[in-house]
Ligand binder design. Structure first.
Ligand SMILES: [Fe+2]
Length: 334
């Protein structure tokens, strides 16, 4: 880990076209709405089967937590109220039938909750490294709603195109049948190989954490932990909220994938957010370099730093040019 910690990027002051504010909604009050309790257990990436070499390439060896409480009863009631109001704006993609993305532009409650410093601090303590609320606003407060077709899974097996996120139940999971959040106690390479061979996932490795009620969550290193949301087995209301984070140490490679984001969000919003996020990362990388200034005659190292920066910028530009050529990536339903 490098010594420099990135300066946070504020939420955009502009609102994208078509994202009108909800209007009437509760005001977020961390003192009343948060009730953060530490998870009892944290499962390291090693237990998922990742090698030491793979783990050292990650910002932390943290994999996933046991279920822990995030919201108070009052906070959970307000979150449910807001999520129901946002349900009017669901969209579909190849992985999820009904989700709301960009809700943080529409709802001040959701935005303030997702960016709450106390919440970010708690997630950083659990992950073991300093985190910041995701700098792509569409990776904040993602909401999933049960599909109208009850036989369909809420979300297919996948890894996230971000580093860290928590999955929190907004509705009470104990009032419906099914609809579990599940993760796989194996590696993403193992799941990809099973899928390629047309074989099912090992049922003994599928974990369905018991959720005591609304406002409880699991934090995960989302790009390393394969997870999904099962469908309900009888009609009912199931809503979950997923909040994303980036490591504050920007020395780690960015996991954002514009090719994927462009498939699920409006093009102008996805592109503008991605370009803004990449510009912030570039600024912070250069600032980190200035902060670490020292006299040296190692011209090869200096040249390599500039070349690395140029490669990163070129890769960002290429992602923007390639948009539209990809498909939504996932590991299917089973
Ligand atoms: Fe996910």
């Amino acid at each position: 880990m490098s010594a420099y910690l990135a300066t946070p990027l504020p939420f955009p002051v502009q609102r994208p076209s078509g994202y009108e504010p909800l209007g009437e909604e509760p005001a977020f009050d961390p003192a009343r709405h948060l009730q953060i309790e530490a998870p009892e257990t944290v499962i390291p990436l090693k237990e998922f089967g990742y090698t030491d070499e793979q783990i050292t390439q990650c910002p932390t060896d943290f994999g996933a937590t046991s279920v822990f409480r995030v919201l108070s009863d009052e906070g959970a009631a307000c979150m449910l109220d807001v999520a129901r109001k946002l349900e009017a704006f669901t969209t579909s993609n190849a992985r999820i039938s009904r989700n709301v993305r960009g809700g943080a532009y529409r709802s001040t409650f959701l935005r303030d909750l997702c960016q709450c410093p106390e919440l970010t601090e708690a997630m950083s303590a659990i992950a073991g490294i300093p985190l910041l609320p995701h700098t792509l606003p569409h990776q904040l407060g993602h909401l999933n709603y049960a599909p109208f077709d009850v036989t369909e899974n809420v979300d297919k097996w996948h890894v996230d195109t971000l580093r860290f996120d928590f999955v929190m139940f907004v509705t009470d999971p104990n009032t419906v049948e099914g609809g579990e959040f599940q993760y796989y106690l194996g590696t993403k390479e193992e799941v990809a190989a099973l899928r390629k061979a047309g074989q099912p996932l090992d049922p003994d490795k599928i974990v369905s954490p018991a959720m005591p009620g609304p406002g409880y969550a699991v934090l995960q290193q989302g790009n390393m932990v394969v997870h999904r949301a099962k469908g309900l087995s009888a009609p009912g209301e199931r809503i979950t909220m997923v909040n994303g984070y980036v490591p504050r140490d920007i020395a780690f490679p960015d996991f954002s994938r514009f090719d994927q984001l462009a498939l699920v969000d409006p093009k102008d919003v996805a592109a503008s957010e991605y370009a803004r996020h990449a510009t912030w990362m570039a600024r912070e990388r250069l600032t980190a370099r200035l902060a670490g200034f020292a006299f040296s005659d190692d011209t090869a190292a200096m040249a390599e730093e500039f070349e690395d920066f140029a490669r990163t910028m070129a890769a960002t530009a290429q992602q923007l040019r390639d948009a539209g050529k990809a498909e939504v990536e996932h590991f299917g339903d089973g």
